[in-house]
Design a protein around this ligand. Structure first.
Ligand code: PEP
Ligand code: MG
Length: 567
């Protein structure tokens, strides 16, 4: 068995299709008379090849994914690259193949050395286009994945953007790559194509042979080559179960998140970038319950993102969610989240230090820019803004005052804004949970951040493996704090959500439902499973369960209670 990272869930059993890119042995020779013509023809063929690939991929990919080929076409049509090659042919009197390889190498290193992450990533695209061009010059065919006409699992070092785009889902049951991680290009593509994939499988190229039989377990991240008949049968069964479960969940995509006794809750998705919205929509999310805007700041290379860049990102999410609720959290930076262009002060306990709303209330210039961008974006959907790491009412009041001031200014400037922007807080510091009844008089909503609420309640660093046993969201102490937040909100007619990992935990969900949680926000792929669970429960039964759980001694007892109740 070979081990890798499960990048796109599923199980596949099929023959190995070993994808090996041709190795080009390019040698430097003296330029002949027709080098320029050769080059011209190779460019023409490259452009037409990319157009064909794009055409074939059109049925598999979204508009956004297809845009990759427009970028490739732009590169292939870029006169600068061609001019550089021609210049070398004419000045250095070398053959077109050698000149192309040199220009290709220098262009790729130029992209790879760029500071901007976006351009750095484009190096893979440059490589892709230039390799095609070189193959066309040499007259070597690039393996045509669209020619595959039997069920296979592709094994490759990595898949280029155009490889993934050519995959025909009918025959490509999955792929395993030797390099790459969960966020590599091929992993992202696999998830959007919903093809099982295991990436970063060391040694797979040496071990797997074309035509071998393979089991790709992209749930656990394992690859079995030439398995026994018993193992095959075991995985055929597992694959069927997985498929059936996934299919069964899909029917819930447009269903309500409603209990058997008619109580409806909202199941929303957590996102880090506007692109993640697709996952929330595909998994039937009722909204976005947490947009962690710090990624916008962390991805920015040399300064805080300006108002316009932020406005466009927030607008994109609101528009994509088409009127559904979108909760955007203001900057939660500091702690373990650093910025390359800003030096945070050295502190003994950064998690307890200058971070999140504490930073924003100190650097109101940065905070106001974000608030303006948010308020402007509110015209495009149903926006809720929440402040992270609120400990005291005065912190909330100060943040809210800045919000009100910026809103008034924008109105005076004649800017169109949404009718009702809700302003709430994250309940992730025990002090805020304990005083929830007072907070609830002034905020529009709460969202409980259990990742930090557990950390601060247990005084256990969430980054430390040694004390990870104290991550106990089901501990009755935590459940009591959660109850305080929910009851506090409800007493004032406000709603209470949860956006920490606990919200997507299938054992916690029944208790949270019983405690009266209104909104559960989780990673998109957990939504349908949770919906299934909610639809199988009675709120009244879960109220009794929660009551009992609150009176137990330990997290283990609560877990057992839930398991026994649901049996
Ligand atoms: C939390 O603390 O529960 C939370 C959702 O925020 P983060 O994980 O970003 O701190
Ligand atoms: Mg937090």
């Amino acid at each position: 068995m070979l081990k890798g990272i499960a990048a796109s869930q599923g199980i596949a059993l099929a023959k190995v299709y070993k994808l090996q890119q041709p190795v080009l042995n390019i040698v430097k020779t003296e330029a002949s008379e027709n080098e320029s013509e050769k080059l011209e023809n190779a460019f023409i063929k490259t452009i037409s090849d990319i157009e064909k690939v794009k055409e074939r991929a059109a049925s598999n990919l979204s508009e956004e994914e297809l845009a990759i080929f427009d970028a490739h076409l732009m590169m292939a049509n870029d006169p600068e690259i061609k001019d550089q090659i021609l210049y070398m042919i004419n000045e250095e009197k070398v053959n077109a193949e050698f000149a192309t390889q040199s220009v290709s190498n220098s262009t790729i290193s130029m992209f790879e050395s760029m500071d901007d992450a976006y351009f750095k990533e484009r190096a893979a695209d440059v490589k892709d286009v230039m390799f095609r061009l070189q193959c066309n010059l040499v007259g070597v065919e690039i393996p045509d994945l669209t020619a595959i006409n039997e069920e296979v699992v592709i094994v490759a070092e990595d898949l280029t953007p155009s490889d993934t785009a050519q995959l025909n889902k009918k025959y490509t049951l999955g792929f395993a790559t030797q390099i790459g991680g969960r966020t590599s290009h091929s992993a992202i593509m696999a998830r959007s194509l919903e093809i099982p994939a295991v990436v970063g499988v060391k040694d797979i190229l040496n071990t797997a042979k074309h035509g071998d039989f393979v089991i790709l377990d992209a749930i656990e991240g394992n690859v079995y080559l030439n398995p026994s008949e018993d193992l095959k049968s075991e995985f055929i069964k597992k694959a069927e179960e997985f498929k059936a479960e996934k299919e069964a969940l899909k029917v819930l995509k447009n269903e309500k998140s409603i209990t058997l006794d008619g109580h409806e809750v909202e199941l929303a998705g957590n996102i880090g970038t506007p692109k993640d919205v697709t996952g929330v929509i595909d998994n039937g999310g009722d909204g976005v319950g947490l947009y962690r805007t710090e990624f916008l700041y962390m991805d920015s290379e040399d300064d805080f993102p300006d108002e316009e860049a932020q406005f466009l990102a927030y607008k994109e999410v609101l528009e994509a969610m088409d009127g559904k609720k979108v909760v955007i959290r203001t900057l939660d930076i500091g702690g373990d989240k650093k910025l390359s262009y800003f030096e945070f002060p050295e502190e003994m306990n950064p998690f307890l230090g200058y971070r999140a709303v504490r930073f924003c209330l100190d650097r109101t210039d940065i905070f106001k820019t974000q608030l303006r961008a948010l308020i402007r974006a509110s015209a495009y959907g149903q926006l809720c803004i929440m402040f992270p790491m609120i400990a005291t009412l005065n912190e909330f009041r100060s943040a809210k005052k800045l919000f009100d001031e910026e809103k008034e200014k924008l109105i005076a400037e004649g800017v169109k804004i949404g009718d009702k922007i809700e302003v709430g807080i994250m309940v992730e510091i025990p002090a805020a949970a304990v005083l929830a009844d007072r907070f609830a008089k002034e905020v529009d909503f709460f969202s409980i951040g259990t990742n930090d609420l557990v950390q601060y309640s247990m005084a256990a660093d969430r980054m430390s493996e040694k004390v990870s046993y104290l991550y106990q969201p089901l501990n009755p102490s935590l459940l009591r704090l959660i109850k305080m937040a929910i009851d506090g909100a409800h007493k004032e007619g406000k709603w209470c959500g949860m956006c920490g990992e606990m919200a997507g935990d299938i054992i916690a969900a029944p208790v949270l439902l019983g405690l009266g949680l209104d909104e559960f926000s989780m990673s998109a792929t957990s939504i349908l499973n949770t919906r299934k669970m909610i639809r199988s429960l009675k709120k009244s039964d879960m109220e009794k369960l929660a009551e009992e759980a609150l009176n137990l001694d330990t997290a283990e007892e609560v877990e057992e209670l839930v398991k026994n109740t649901l049996k």
